[in-house]
Ligand binder design. Structure first.
Ligand code: F6P
Length: 476
């Protein structure tokens, strides 16, 4: 979610191997055209970077540029091994198969998923290169942890070359139910790919059930056992455990940074700049059609029309981080969002005082913290979301135990953050009622709910997530 330039990326010639290797589509840092490096966008990187800082190991991934060659760098003690992606592969693998086929299909087909044989061929080829790079990087008997929907074939490809390695796989986005998975012409390849891993981790129990029903229906396996929180899949050669590991945030680090005088001062300054409103509503999202940004703006507009929110006393801040601008569907959602922002400000703003402050860029984490602390209500209203770490970051940052969270039932975080105001984002009236209730909540109720959410996150933080996954993998 954050963009901060970093200069501590250095080229290395060292071809050594590591006992612990993370494989993800993106490296933690991305390379701009001018040769500068900055942190990569997205929840995966913000979760895995602190995990890697605690360990010694290598990270195999793409540097975000088109073209170039495979290369080796070092960043904050992490060995980086880049997998080069050509412009054609960017179009076919990244934009096509990853983000126009799998992404929409796995998010409930909110946008129609595209199925093209040539983009799938690119997906397979690029997965093969990631697998080869991982095999070159991992030491004998080492551990490889593969991440996310871009690399579902990689576990099996590594297994074929390196039976000595322990292989983990973690999916950061939802896994679709049978009726959606069934549409994917390559569903069996995907499931076989995943089952190359000793442990297949997913965000929620519903996702674990979906993987297991997919395996039962589309794969020939000797034995698929369902358990309360996951299951075991056996074949003659392999055994994979499929289990939910809800991902989290570095609670202690966020809380500590949020408790500083700088943040307190920043909050006062920001609220003042917003015109000292009674209510600050906040949204922080990648500008993605799954996030329901347009729906929440529509609900806010109706609340303003109905005078259930007072435009003179309300400020709305929406941070929309640019994302996948060449991919189908992203342009349209940007237009819808920006049109709604314009309509609300045109109808309810005053000169020099728009109701909605909209920024289309990524912000450094220090600025996000000030926004989190300044917001009376955070709106997280996706149609479907693997977890949504913004919701957890918000609660972790509220060291003052103030603030309310309006959270979609369809975000993975809803399984844990039951003290939020849960909403069905498709139900505009329900969404409006919950926003209104969150705004009107009494202080002691606000404190009780926020404290409960914070305790939940503190006892299930990022370190606990990584430890639980890796402990199970170590036993495989
Ligand atoms: O988990 C969601 C995710 O797709 C990550 O895999 C990814 O790094 C992030 O969102 C941002 O998306 P992208 O890498 O396509 O910019």
């Amino acid at each position: 979610m954050t963009e901060s330039h970093t200069s501590n990326v250095e080229r290395t010639e060292d071809p050594g191997r590591s006992q612990f290797v993370v494989v993800a589509n993106r490296l933690p840092v991305k390379l701009a055209d001018d040769g500068s490096w900055s942190l990569s966008p997205g929840g995966l990187v913000s979760a895995m970077l602190p995990v890697m800082r605690e360990r010694t190991g290598a990270w195999v991934g793409w540097d975000g540029s088109a073209g170039g060659n495979d290369d080796r760098f070092e960043f904050e003690g992490i060995r980086l091994s880049t997998v080069a992606i050509s412009q054609q592969e960017h179009d076919d693998y990244y934009s096509g198969a990853c983000n126009e086929t799998i992404w929409p299909l796995y998010h409930g087909s909110i946008e129609a998923a595209q199925f093209h044989r040539e983009t799938w061929a690119a997906y397979r080829d690029v997965n093969r290169r990631f697998a080869d790079a991982a095999c070159a990087e991992v030491a004998e008997g080492g551990t490889v942890w593969v991440h996310d929907y871009q690399l579902q074939l990689v576990p099996q490809m590594i297994r074929e070359q390196r039976p000595d390695a322990k292989i983990g796989y973690y999916l950061h986005i939802p896994f679709p139910p049978l009726e959606l998975l069934a549409r994917l012409p390559w569903r069996q390849q995907v499931l076989d790919g995943l089952l190359g891993a000793d442990v297949v981790g997913v965000q929620t129990q519903a996702d674990a059930r979906n993987v297991l029903s997919g395996v039962r229906r589309f794969c020939k396996r000797d034995d698929v056992t369902f358990a309360a929180d996951g299951g075991i899949v056996r074949s003659a050669q392999t055994t994979s455990v499929v289990k939910a590991f809800p991902i989290s945030v570095d609670y202690a680090a966020i809380a500590a940074e949020s408790a500083t005088d700088d943040v307190d001062l920043g909050v006062k300054r920001l609220r003042n700049e917003l015109g000292d409103p009674e209510v600050v509503l906040l949204g922080v999202d990648r500008l993605d059609y799954t996030k329901g940004i347009d729906l929440r703006l529509k609900a806010i507009r109706e609340l303003l029309i109905e005078r259930r929110l007072d435009p003179r006393k309300t400020a709305v801040v929406q941070v929309a981080v640019p994302s996948r601008e060449d991919v189908l569907g992203y342009d349209e959602v940007r237009n819808r969002v920006e049109q709604l922002v314009g309509t609300i400000n045109g109808d309810f703003g005053e000169l020099g005082r728009p109701v909605v402050q909209y920024i289309h860029k990524s912000l450094p984490f220090s600025e996000l913290l000030v926004l989190y602390r300044a917001a009376d209500v955070l709106l997280v209203t996706p149609f479907q979301d693997g977890m949504n770490l913004v919701a957890k970051e918000y609660a972790a940052s509220r060291v003052d135990e103030r603030g309310a969270l309006v959270l979609s039932e369809f975000a993975g975080a809803a399984e844990e953050l039951t003290d939020s105001f849960l909403v069905n984002p498709y139900d505009t009236e329900g969404l409006k009622d919950q926003i209104e209730a969150a705004v009107a909540m009494e202080e002691d109720e606000e404190q009780r709910r926020m404290a409960a959410m914070r305790t939940q996150i503190e006892s299930n933080d990022l370190a606990a997530w990584a430890k639980a996954f890796l402990a199970l993998l170590a036993m495989a």
